[in-house]
Design a binder for this molecule. Structure first.
Ligand code: SF4
Length: 164
């Protein structure tokens, strides 16, 4: 891919805008000058054809490079599903089971904590706890999950809980 500009000449006046549409150029120039991208601008950028796309991608990459360099970071995560029992009934879901279904499971607090401990011992820096909407779980159970996982772990970890 042809570079439109580099770190050394990232000044927008050095960008070779040949073949870029006026609309996309105007949006990108505005952004580089500090203007926020509006919803309408976003729609224009998402609708861009292959030629304009090169400009959008290259500029996005240069901005990314300027902000974070080539450093890549990651978290070691374990996702603990404390129950697959869910009565929501989302049509796209291939995960949930009814309480009477074969394979329906519901982890106890101890089991959840054990899985979290196992994850920490293997270097996890983030724990996600997710589950279906179990009809018989009280609100206290959700609070207790949070307290138990945090209490039994002294290491600084990021705990994300209760997204579905
Ligand atoms: S809430 Fe989640 S687990 Fe329940 S049916 Fe919807 S997608 Fe599946």
């Amino acid at each position: 891919m042809t570079k439109l500009f580099s770190f050394k000449d990232e000044n927008k006046t050095n960008i070779n805008w040949n073949n870029c549409s006026n609309t996309v150029r105007s949006i990108l120039e505005g952004y580089l000058a500090g203007k926020e991208i509006s919803v309408q601008d976003g729609i224009e950028l998402f609708s861009a054809g292959p030629t304009d796309e090169k400009f959008i991608c290259d500029i996005a990459n240069q901005i990314r490079k300027k902000k974070t360099g080539d450093v890549v970071s990651f978290v070691v995560n374990r996702n603990i599903n404390f129950t697959n029992i869910c009565y929501m009934g989302c049509k796209f879901c291939n995960f949930s089971k009814r309480i009477e279904d074969k394979g329906a499971e519901w982890l106890t607090l101890e089991q959840i904590v054990e899985r979290a401990k196992e994850a920490y011992s293997r270097g996890a820096t983030e724990i996600c706890v997710q589950g279906g909407l179990h009809p018989k779980l009280s609100a206290n159970f959700y609070r207790d999950i949070l307290l138990s996982v945090k209490k039994r772990n002294s290491r600084p970890t990021y705990t994300r809980i209760f997204s579905v």
